[in-house]
Design a protein around this ligand. Structure first.
Ligand code: OGA
Ligand code: MN
Length: 296
């Protein structure tokens, strides 16, 4: 039985029906999901029966998984844990705790792992505990944004490269978010500012909160361009807001979308989302021998 596809936004995002990603899946069904992923950039699945093991098994069909870095509470595993619940005790983490401050970085529009030399293909976020209100995840189509850019802006972006860094983006939120040990693991990366989908040739702006400056441009000028692009791309007309239900799985294309978390009452409500992240296959541009350290 084929999957069903229902468009959720005029420009991107689709709800996929008649499939449980927690069950073994034949290649033909997976191929339909992959085709929908390339086409719609964000896929929403309801009533999934995923646990950690099944999520890893399904995610691996897209490619090899990334391992969470030192900054995430689930460091060393294939999960990035987005939660206000302590991983050992299950109790609510106080808002001033470094782990909660670190998660505030997710309120900024970003593309997962854009600070890695080989950035992520896609992320899969599975809702395990959903707060009764708040805590939506919002998505912006960087393809729709690219298409809507004025032609001279498109031409200027061609061939431009930006440096992306998690240290940079987290420090725009708080200098306490990362320890020196975490920073040592995060050199940053260079990325093309326009990405082309290998299946359908569609172009997307590639920027987001980790993008710090443009290589070869004065730092403030590059930063202003990135800010302009991020603001342009995240206008409401290019965005979809996902209100989570228990059992939802959302898959997004990190090459063609930005996303951000939205607030919820982290003291009164519980939220637990498990993210698996599928790695990409190649750097988007040749990497430098050594990254310039961000001086102001
Ligand atoms: C992520 C992320 C947003 C959220 O998992 O990569 O940014 O709403 N999550 O938890
Ligand atoms: Mn994210």
């Amino acid at each position: 039985m084929a999957i069903t596809i229902k468009q959720l936004h005029p420009l991107f995002c689709a709800e996929i029906g008649r499939v449980d990603t927690g069950e073994p899946m034949d290649d033909a069904t997976f191929a339909e999901i992959q085709a929908a992923f390339e086409e719609h950039s964000v896929l929403v699945f309801h009533d999934q029966t995923l646990d950690d093991e099944k999520q890893i098994a399904f995610s691996r069909r897209f490619g090899p998984l990334e391992t969470a870095g030192k900054a995430n509470p689930a460091a060393g595993t294939h999960f990035a844990r987005q939660s206000n619940l302590d991983i050992r005790t299950g109790t609510v983490i106080p808002p001033e705790d470094r782990r909660m401050v670190y998660q505030k970085g997710n309120y900024l529009w970003h593309s997962d792992s854009s600070f890695k030399a080989v950035p992520s293909l896609c992320s899969l976020l599975s809702a395990r505990v959903v707060p009764p209100e708040g805590g939506n995840t919002e998505f912006a189509s960087m393809r729709a944004a690219y298409d809507a850019l004025p032609d001279d802006r498109k031409r200027k972006l061609e061939g431009l490269v930006a440096e992306h860094s998690l240290v940079y983006s987290r420090e725009t939120v708080s200098t306490e978010a990362l320890t020196p040990e975490m920073k040592a693991e995060l050199p940053g990366a260079w990325q093309a500012m326009v990405r082309v989908n290998p299946v359908n040739g569609r172009k997307a702006v590639y920027a987001g909160a980790h993008a710090s400056h443009v290589i070869g441009s004065p730092r403030q000028e590059g930063r202003a361009l990135i800010q302009w692009l991020n603001d342009f791309a995240t206008q409401p007309r290019f965005c979809y807001s996902h209100a989570w239900l228990d059992g939802d799985l959302v898959i997004w294309d990190n090459r063609a979308t930005l996303h951000r978390a939205t607030a919820y009452d982290t003291v009164r409500h519980k939220r637990l989302m498990q993210r698996t992240t599928v790695g990409g296959d190649l750097p988007t541009v040749k990497q430098p021998e050594r990254y310039e350290l961000a001086e102001e």
